[in-house]
Write a protein that binds this ligand. Sequence first.
Ligand code: SF4
Ligand code: SF4
Length: 232
Amino acid sequence: MYEDEIKALARAVGADKVGFADLSSYEDEFGISKRLLKKYSRAISIGVVLPREVIETIGPDGPSPAYARCYRRANALLDRAAREIASFCSSKGYRALAVPASRIADWERQLGLISHKAVAVLAGLGWMGKNLLVITPDHGPRVRFATVLTDMPLEVGKPVRSKCGPCRACVEACPAGAIRDVSFDLKPRSRNEVFDYRACLEKLMEFARRPGIGELICGICIKACPYSSAQG
Ligand code: SF4
Ligand code: SF4
C-alpha cells in the first residue's frame, strides 16, 4: 500500500528506478545474510542510471576519471535515497535497514551485506547478465543499486529471465577473462561457475591504483553490453 509513496520519495531524491522483492526466494550464496533474512521479508531495490556519455569515456584498457566521479556521485545519491526510504518505512512502524551501494562485507568474495543485484533481479528490474551485472531492459547494465530491507508488506515484482542468449560481447571484452559465457538464470548452481570473481577483483585493484580512479571499478563489460546503448 506504500509502494507509490516509496517510488515518489525515491524519485524526489534523484533515483531512477524502484522495485520490490520478496526475499523468501533470495539465494543465500549471493550474500552473507541468513541472519538478516529472518528479520526482513521484503527488500526495496533502488537504482540510479549512469549516463551513456560517461560510460562512453571508458576505454578498452580500463575506466576513466569521469566514470570514477560518476560512480561516486551515484553511490552518494543511492545511499541518501536508501536512508530516506528506510526512515519512511520506520515512520510507518516497520523494520527497515538501509544497505549502502558500495559497502563490501566480504572483500575476498566481493560480497556486500546483501547482493543489491540479486535483489534488483528478484524485484523484476532486470536479469542477471553473463557479466553478473543487472541488465535492465532500457539502460542495460548502466545502473547502480542500493537496497532497503524491511518487513513492510509490499507488493513485489516478478523476476525476469535472462535475455543474454548467444551474445558474447562482455565475454570477449573482459581484460581479465573473468566471464565464463554461462547464462546466469534465476536458479544458478554456483556463482563461480558463471564468473571468476578473483580474476575480476585483481583487475579492479590494478585499475584502482591508476591516477584519478581510486575505486574498485572497471566498466569495460558495462560498455560492451549491447543493452547499454538502449537509452540515454
Ligand atoms: S568488471 Fe572488468 S574485469 Fe570485471 S568482469 Fe567486467 S570487464 Fe571483466
Ligand atoms: S554483453 Fe551480452 S552476454 Fe554480456 S550481459 Fe550484455 S547481453 Fe548478456
